[in-house]
Design a protein around this ligand. Sequence first.
Ligand code: OOG
Ligand code: NI
Length: 301
Amino acid sequence: MNFNASTPLDHILKALFEPYKNNVPDVGLIVSAMVSKSMIANEDDIINDHIAFRTLGVPNLGIASLEKIFLAYGYERRDAYDFPEKKLDAFWYAPPSPKYPRIFISELRVGELSQQTQEIIYKYTSGIGKDPVDSLDFDHPKTVGDFFYRPLWQVPTKEEFNTLAEESEYAAWVIYNRYYLNHYTISVHALPEPYGKLEAFNEFLEDNGIKLNTSGGKIKTSADGLLRQTSSIAKMITATFAHNERMKIAGSYVEFAERSPLPQFSKLPKDQLKPIHLREGFEANNADKIFESTYKEQTQQ
Ligand code: OOG
Ligand code: NI
């Protein structure tokens, strides 16, 4: 991952990544442990499989708004995913070049939640009378990069946050964290053996004190067996709510993905494998459990 080519997209990814890295100490810890095990020479050698964002399905926000940024820089929308229990929709986006990460954007189906939850969400978002992305100047990547950390609505009270979390921990996360980068993803298959498999890599992570999401098992496997994913448990951050009340809540986390060659390329030697030979996309059953990296059942372990 190296953003030195200085295209607009490089600027934006860098602007997204810096605050995330400063707030998720696991990132720096994992990178230096990988360097000391000679898996990589430095941070630039890490291949970022994808980054993820969460959104609220209300007028002028949600996927239809946020995706415009990435479509403007050459990303293409791919498969849709449905999470009935968590009441979420999601899409993934293919990058304009394999040097950039895939993007995963999810959206809360606000209309399916209780009256009380909807009222809290609308209290904060109904003032947004037009799509804020429409005011961005895509020729000025600095303003676009800043947008992700711009407070689009006021912070809620601690009580409102807790009420939201009772029905949807996702809703509570977004109302506080907004478009904060939710996670980036280290491509494990690209690492030298034995670390190219999640079994060995996860052991390395745990030896370094990284806590892993156990929902559905530490390794979540797609039905075809070709996409395996693990995620860390979100870092707790001290949130400042309305009236300056403070409380620890879940922030962001890190993910680890192992993509295997498609059956027709399974005989290719590892050094000849290119991104086009590997399993693409995402897997709803894996994702369903990965969302829980910010949920209390995981963070309170
Ligand atoms: C995204 C969870 C899903 C994946 O790779 O399937 C996911 C989130 O927590 O917002 O990251
Ligand atoms: Ni992910």
